[in-house]
Design a protein around this ligand. Structure first.
Ligand code: IMP
Length: 178
């Protein structure tokens, strides 16, 4: 399908499932090479990253663990307003090689606030994998160590990404039509 409707909007095919699978394979190759004998712990950020994380994890041939977190923001006591906390982070990260799995890095706000919390646990290393990155949308600078696709600052859905709850269940990625 080249066009899909979700809620009130039309989306056009943007990255095919074949291209996604090829890219996931390339990312897995890099991780297999860089993390051999390091027994990394992958942390997938729900909800969006669940399909990407599953595909990527299946392609790893090294010893590796995986855990899943949800990031929730609430109004904190800080003047900056929102505070982001992780729900489900129940593993000890001290001296571990930690790899964050994200579906998309947009403004960078979420990870920018969350990563310092992880650093408190003093992991041996901390790297970020993102299937999609919107460099033009960056507000909070963030180094994405392993990048799938760089895309323009346009809304996309599919392969785990949603528009108001719908659209996650496609094998390809679709971009909002003008
Ligand atoms: P950031 O904190 O601005 O980098 O936003 C990251 C989160 O915003 C992602 O994990 C997604 O859940 C959501 N997001 C950003 N851009 C899109 C998009 O184009 N489609 C669907 N969700 C998006």
């Amino acid at each position: 399908m080249t066009r899909i409707r979700i809620h009130d909007k039309i989306f056009t095919l943007y990255i095919s499932k074949e291209d996604i699978q090829q890219k996931v394979g390339e990312l897995a190759n890099a991780l297999n090479r860089d993390y051999e004998h390091k027994n990394p712990i992958f942390i997938a950020v729900l909800n969006g990253a669940f399909i990407f994380a599953a595909d990527l994890f299946k392609s790893l041939i090294i010893d590796a663990e995986i855990s899943f977190i949800k990031l929730a923001s609430y109004k904190g006591m800080k003047s900056s307003g929102q505070v982001i906390t992780a729900i489900g982070l129940d593993i000890e990260l001290y001296d571990r090689h930690v790899v964050i799995l994200e579906d998309i890095v947009d403004t960078g706000k979420t990870l920018n606030e969350f990563l310092p919390q992880l650093m408190h646990q003093q992991p041996a290393s901390l790297k970020i994998v993102a299937l999609l990155h919107k460099p033009a949308a960056t507000v909070y600078p963030l180094k994405v160590d392993y990048k799938g696709f760089e895309i323009p600052d346009k809304f996309v859905v599919g392969y785990g990404l949603d528009y108001n709850g719908l659209g996650r269940n496609t094998a390809s990625i679709y971009q909002l039509s003008e």
